[in-house]
Design a protein around this ligand. Structure first.
Ligand code: GLC
Length: 556
């Protein structure tokens, strides 16, 4: 991918130059001693971002909620749950972040509310104007006269996506939990209500939003149509993947909603001239992601989130990344490695690949998003079925819960080697801290002796990526085979060129990267490679050996 001629660090917006760091508020820092993280806790840890060189935080939901989907079931879109603090705490967070030049991105969950939201309560009672705020349906009559859902649509969390409401005497659509009724975007009032939610948070000074569950934002108007079976796999009939979601996923009538939200953000941009970032949650191939770009959204590229060890090779990385760059046109990539819905990097790839994948994320062209703890190479925790908190896991029962529960990647942030890793003073953190916290924690990894850890590597990469070659320079693929993925980042203006070489394979690889020049200087290397390579050392490009998990950035 060539650098676009008009691109220079000065021409980029803040969200193109920063790392976005995802905070799961429940798990970041508890200040109140109840075992659950909160906003004052986050404020007390802002130095972490200054240290790392992270310029933007994205907060998963902190809004009032019965916490059945841990905050993604919202009962008031315009407030803070007492569990996490107050609106005043939120305002303080924004101010404290802005004082440190850190931007604040909040989760915007437009698709559904909690069943406890007053809109839903009033909709159940058919109180105007709320009667049609949600997707209601009479259903159909079965052979024995019983009431059945209108179609076979399945919830992302398993089972029918229709729930019966006795009081109203109708089914309502709920693509996630029964306690997450779907808002009806065919009602213009709902469209306007959610725009006002955005305005509420924009007016409080937020710099951007991450839009939740965009694929499920709209469903076919005709509810009499079943979805066909997914022919690509052998799934249980109640599992979401059993069907091909032609009526409920990425419905074209949902696209203009993205434009509407973008327009709201632009209202604020116009007022103060400050760019606002709208990143959208979507798991889709490059070409489908582009549709959302046309409507003003920046889709997350989840290709790396979906990758597992069995699919990891130099060639697979090349094809995923090439696909993004060759389809993106004038768009801007937003790469992600992990999030609160997926297993941690160390679980998916093995501890030995965490650093090399962070090196990949931070040296690509595009905005990188890091899930809290990945800078330390934190690991999944083990949670028994009895102790499982995540409804997605619980719903699937004792046999299948481990395939679906998201608890393992949501354990408390590991700050130091004191009790519960410094996360809480409570005896009962909401999820257990990973037992590896004695060594895997921020304090221990902030080595003053100069030796390399996952955290110091991350910090060094965050600094390096501020160079024009990484921010906006072109990317040219070099050697890419089973083991090695490598590329050159180049800034044409200054002539600065870097070779990034990563071994993501199973065996050591000896590669010849020589051309012009023959030698290069080591800029940064992963902890594993630091046994053989040191910063500032000159190496011959003719025969460079990288072991699995080794990564190196060389200045050419
Ligand atoms: C998104 C969130 C996930 C949540 C779901 C329903 O996919 O990332 O955590 O459960 O939406 O809101």
């Amino acid at each position: 991918m060539q650098a676009r001629p008009d691109e220079s660090p000065e021409s980029l917006q803040w969200w193109q130059k920063t790392i976005v760091y995802q905070i799961y508020p429940r798990s970041f820092q508890d200040s109140s001693g109840n075992g659950v993280g909160d906003i004052p806790g986050i404020i007390s840890r802002l130095d972490h971002f200054t240290y790392l060189g992270v310029g933007a935080i994205w907060l998963s939901p902190f809004y009032p909620s019965p916490q059945l989907d841990f905050g993604y079931d919202i009962s008031d879109f315009c407030d803070v749950d007492p569990l996490f603090g107050t609106l005043q705490d939120f305002d303080n967070l924004v101010k404290e972040c802005h004082d440190r030049d850190i931007k604040v991105i909040v989760d915007f969950v437009p698709g559904h509310s909690s069943h406890l939201h007053p809109w839903f309560q009033k909709s159940v009672r058919r109180e105007e104007p709320y009667t049609d705020y949600y997707v209601w349906h009479d259903g159909k009559t079965g052979d024995n006269g019983e009431r059945l859902p209108p179609n076979n649509w399945l919830s992302v969390f398993g089972g029918s996506s229709w729930a019966w409401n006795e009081e109203r005497g109708q089914f309502y659509f709920r693509p996630f939990l029964p306690e997450q009724p779907k808002l009806n975007y065919r009602n213009p009032r709902v469209v306007e209500e959610m725009k006002n939610v955005l305005r509420f948070w924009m007016s409080r000074g937020v710099d951007g939003v991450r839009v939740d569950a965009v694929s499920e934002i709209m469903e076919s108007a005709d509810k009499s149509q079943d979805e066909p079976c997914n022919m690509k796999g052998d799934y249980p009939q109640d599992q979401y993947e059993y069907l091909n979601h032609i009526h409920t996923s990425m419905h074209p009538e949902g696209f203009p909603l993205i434009r509407g939200w973008r327009d709201v953000m632009d209202e604020y941009e116009k007022k103060d001239g400050k760019s606002r970032f709208m990143v959208i949650e979507i798991y889709a191939p490059a070409k489908s992601r582009n549709v959302y770009r046309e409507f003003g959204g920046n889709p997350f590229n989840m290709d790396l989130v979906d990758l597992e060890r069995s699919g990891l090779s130099g060639q697979s990385l090349k094809s995923l990344i090439e696909e993004e760059y060759s389809n993106i046109g004038g768009g801007w990539p937003t790469f992600v490695l992990g999030n609160h819905d997926r297993n941690r990097l160390t679980f998916r790839f093995g501890r030995e690949f965490a650093d090399v994948l962070n090196m990949l994320l931070l040296t690509l062209k595009g905005t990188p998003t890091t899930y809290y703890g990945e800078e330390l190479a934190m690991s999944n925790i083990e949670v028994s079925f009895e102790d499982t908190q995540d409804p997605f896991g619980k719903n699937m029962g004792p046999e299948r819960y481990e395939l679906f529960s998201r608890d393992p990647c949501r354990s408390p942030m590991q700050w130091d080697n004191t009790r519960h890793a410094g996360f809480t003073k409570s005896d009962h953190p909401w999820l257990p801290v990973h037992p590896d916290y004695a060594n895997c924690n921020v304090k221990t990894q902030t080595k003053s002796d100069g030796s390399s850890t996952s955290l110091t590597l991350y910090k060094a990469l965050a600094t390096l990526r501020q160079k024009p070659a990484f921010l906006c320079g072109g990317i040219e693929f070099a050697i890419c085979n089973k083991e090695v993925f490598s590329y050159i980042r180049e800034d044409k203006t200054s002539g600065e060129r870097y070779l990034v070489a990563l071994n993501v394979g199973k065996v050591p690889a000896l590669s010849d990267f020589s051309g012009s020049p023959v030698n290069a200087t080591v800029e940064i290397c992963t902890c594993s490679a630091s046994k053989r390579l040191t910063t500032g050392q000159t190496v011959s490009l003719q025969g460079l050996t990288l072991n699995p998990g080794d990564g190196v950035v060389l200045k050419l």
